[in-house]
Design a protein around this ligand. Structure first.
Ligand code: ADP
Length: 346
């Protein structure tokens, strides 16, 4: 099974879960463990079965096979409202004509908590999410980001032990997503709860989670800590799923050596014999004594500009980290340190 040690206990255990819609198998024997207090992102392309798996964990879809347990107890037959899960969806389903405080109190009312306890808990959450001033505003008057915070506060109000988020930032613009994804992570961390976060966006997954579960065609095919997967994705498809775009397929000699303008990489050097080469941007530099190249595009990421350039005469794209933006078509020279390259299987 898939495990990564955060603590000795397993919180959520999903074993060979299958979910069918008629003849369509949406989730196909998916297995994953999430340790208590860990935040795991379930990442995969649209339609691969992420939402269905999340809904099955919440108790909203019957299983055609497999089992789901929480802290050692089987959840089969346990109704949604008794699973102690908090749910947050993209169409956050807030009550538009009620105010913020009423929306946050919703789950607490459903549980039948006394009025005074309810009021205290709502105040705590409004405070945690910077919503105190907005408590009496109706949902319809809020911005997208504010509404998203209310939805998160509502999901967390009944103190769920497991939080399930399904593309919670899906409808928001990039800048707002980047900010909210940090807020979500901090809130989950501060409360110490376990979370499974579904997204098709690799940047969001990498930012929010401690570990990633990569899903494809209804199955979970890779699980691991974020840093370890980014450092060693293992195969080119996984690298692509993680948004790593510094992978090439250079010409290969019969003895398995990959031939690049920066030198040759024998199977022994790159730690494998795969036909793809993963070059980290930090090992690629713009330098006067390098190979001639032309800038194709430039993106700002993690404090540096990632310059994608096309090597002259080689029809090969390479990405270098640089301290400033360079315009498209700029002539540059590139040097790459192949001792830091990793060979990947397809
Ligand atoms: P994802 O969340 O990764 O985008 P979904 O879990 O929503 O994927 O969908 C997985 C597959 O199941 C898709 O082919 C989708 O069309 C199908 N599906 C999802 N929900 C239903 C449903 N209620 N009825 C029939 N098919 C569904």
């Amino acid at each position: 099974g898939w495990r990564w040690p955060v603590s000795s206990e397993v919180g959520l255990e999903v074993r060979d879960v299958t979910v069918r819609y008629g003849s369509l198998t949406a989730v196909d024997q998916a297995s994953i463990d999430v340790d208590p207090g860990a935040i795991v992102a379930l990442l995969g392309p649209s339609g691969c079965g992420k939402s269905t798996l999340l809904r099955a964990i919440a108790g909203l879809e019957p299983l055609a096979g497999g089992s789901i347990s929480w802290m050692g107890s089987d959840l089969t037959g346990v109704p949604v409202h008794r699973r102690h899960v908090g749910l947050m969806f993209q169409d956050h389903a807030l009550f538009p004509h009620r105010n913020v405080a009423d929306n946050v109190a919703f789950g607490l009312r459903m549980e039948g908590r006394p009025r005074a306890a309810r009021r205290r808990r709502v105040e705590e959450l409004l405070d945690l999410f910077g919503l105190v001033e907005l408590g009496s505003r109706t949902i319809g008057t809020l911005s997208g980001g504010q509404a998203q915070r209310v939805a998160l506060a509502r999901a967390l109000a009944p103190e769920p032990s497991l939080l399930l988020l399904d593309e919670p930032l899906g409808s928001l613009d990039r800048a707002l997503r980047d900010r909210l994804v940090h807020e979500i992570r901090e809130a989950i961390r501060e409360l110490g709860i376990t979370a499974l976060h579904v997204t098709h966006d690799h940047d969001e997954a990498v930012t929010v989670a401690d570990a990633l579960a990569l899903m494809r065609d209804g199955r979970i095919h890779r699980v691991g800590p974020v840093a370890a997967l980014l450092d060693d994705p293992g195969d080119a498809r996984t690298a692509e799923a993680l948004g790593i775009d510094t992978v090439w397929r250079p010409p290969q000699r019969p003895d398995g050596t990959l031939v690049t303008p920066f030198g040759a990489v024998s199977p022994a050097v790159g730690g494998g014999a795969g036909p793809y080469l993963l070059l980290r941007p930090r090992s690629v530099q713009l330098a006067d004594d390098g190979q001639a190249a032309t800038v194709d595009r430039c993106r700002y990421r993690g404090g540096v500009w990632l310059v994608t350039c096309e090597l002259v005469d080689h029809r090969l794209a390479i990405v270098a980290a640089h301290h400033e933006r360079l315009g498209e078509g700029t002539a540059v020279r590139v040097r790459a340190d192949l001792t830091q390259a990793t060979r990947l299987e397809p």
